[in-house]
Design a protein around this ligand. Structure first.
Ligand code: ARG
Length: 457
């Protein structure tokens, strides 16, 4: 008989290389708290159902709590012989409390156990990540309030498009990260069901109470089908999808930070504490945090792809392939958490160089659409108005002037219905202030958005 907890039918010990290759203890010990919580709920239920005695349960719970303390304080360290966190804790429990410890693994399997751990772990991480996202949203709101009236440039195709307020740009990103919080909430609600008691794949002959363990662990209820419970990882995939989308949002804003920070734009001054220097060029102050944030998304997409690929084509029910569900998940959790926090701090400390932004407002005919709209409101069909303003822009380029500077006689030449009067007030602030449509960029409208989102937050 081999020495492992499952060694009864084996004559030989595991090959050392196999032991290393097989073990997940190196990474799944991260879930020791969840594993112990799951075991305590399980043995509590076993006692309530009369499957173990109250004394036995008490002894097991006490042993588990001691193990929790010892892991926490670093007194208890695992080795590859422990195979995974579930066997590691069980082995230490048996060593510590003796024979009674062998009763803990009644009416459960590592197949459901690792799923309980995974779901509890993610539930906890989701709460934490939502908290971090909300801190970021708070900073965005503060910035949006501060710059609600400050006029900036809205780009399409990275070309000057229309004037918008800086507050409006912040609120655009607010919506993305708000949806990230909500998406995580959906993910949390769907994963918050307990697989405990599904056992290896088919349930058990013991008179267990899965509703009770679900309740003890704060799940909304037990999962419905034992085979599904041990064999899908869609909740992790959903989490990784949420992470990928949110990291994509961060990378987009990080990209804007890098060009806002460029010598050509100089819209922002990054805080020294968020930049690095060059080992050769003494003048350099590089936006490394923004670039790293832009790049980190690659890891998280990779994490999602890794697990999607692991799961593809796997038959029911549990397969050892599924042990490969953890490292990428942990990597995504760590990367996402640190990215949100770094980004939030970078944003908080960034100085917006409004004078520099203002000095660019005269370029790129930002008010062209507004003129077309004014003409359309005065009875010229919009398509025609669009073409008239297009010709005005062409004249401006020839004359090297702005739209408001085009002389009356050129206006008349373009279209005899045109006059300075007809163009109305096309100053950049007037254009911004007039965009009061719901969700538009007018400061009044941005303030409405801020008030609404503050309420939500
Ligand atoms: N370490 C394993 C995992 O993470 C636990 C489940 C092992 N189950 C088994 N039948 N070998 O997937």
């Amino acid at each position: 008989m081999a020495s492992s907890l499952w060694g009864g039918r084996f004559e030989k010990e595991m090959d050392e290389l196999v032991k290393e290759f097989n073990a997940s203890i190196g990474f799944d010990q991260r879930m020791y708290q969840e594993d112990i919580d799951g075991s305590i709920a399980h043995v509590t239920m076993l006692a309530e159902q009369g499957i173990v005695s109250a004394d036995e349960a008490e002894c097991i719970v006490k042993g588990l709590e001691e193990i929790r303390q010892d892991i926490h304080s670093g007194k208890l360290a695992f080795t590859v012989d422990d195979e995974d966190i579930h066997m590691g804790i069980e082995r230490h429990l048996i060593e510590r409390i003796g024979e009674v410890g062998k009763k803990l693994h009644t009416a459960r399997s590592r197949n459901d156990q690792c799923q309980v751990d995974g779901r509890l772990y993610l539930r906890h991480q989701i709460d934490e990540i939502q908290g971090r996202l909300k801190q970021l949203l708070e900073i965005i709101l503060e910035k949006a309030e501060k710059y609600a009236d400050e006029i900036s440039i809205g780009f399409t195709h990275l070309q000057h498009a229309q004037p918008v307020t800086l507050g409006f740009i912040f609120m655009a990103y607010f919506q993305m990260f708000k949806r990230d919080v909500q998406r995580l909430q959906d993910c949390r609600e769907r994963l918050n069901y307990s697989p405990l008691g599904a056992c290896a794949l088919a349930g058990t002959t013991f008179p267990t109470n899965r509703q009770r363990t679900a309740e003890l662990l704060g799940f909304a209820g037990p999962t419905e089908n034992a085979m599904d419970s041990v064999s899908d990882r869609d909740y992790s995939l959903e989490f990784l999808s949420c992470a990928s989308i949110s990291m994509m949002h961060l990378s987009r804003w990080a990209e804007e930070f890098t060009w806002w920070n460029s010598s050509e734009f100089s819209y922002i001054e990054l805080d020294d504490s968020f930049c690095t220097g060059s080992s050769i060029m003494p003048q350099k102050k590089n936006p490394d945090m923004a670039e790293l944030l832009r790049g980190k998304v690659g890891r998280v997409y990779g994490d999602l792809m890794q697990l999607l690929t692991v799961m593809k084509g796997t038959p029911l029910a549990y397969n050892k392939d599924f042990q490969e569900d953890k490292e990428s998940l942990f990597d995504a959790v760590d990367t996402w958490k640190s990215s949100i926090t770094i980004f939030a701090k970078m944003l908080e400390k960034t100085e917006f160089r409004v004078d520099q932004i203002r000095s660019q407002l005269g370029k790129g005919f930002l008010n062209a659409t507004d003129i077309a709209e004014h003409l359309a409101m005065r009875g010229i069909p919009f398509r025609e108005a669009h073409s008239i303003v297009g010709r005005m822009v062409k004249e401006c380029e020839k004359e090297n002037c702005s739209l408001e500077e085009l002389p009356e006689e050129i206006l008349c030449k373009i279209d005899n219905r045109l006059s300075k009067d007809m163009l109305g007030d096309i100053s950049i602030p007037a254009c911004v202030n007039a965009r009061i449509s719901y969700g538009g960029t007018a400061p009044s409208e941005v303030r409405r958005q801020i008030a609404k989102e503050r309420e939500w937050l």
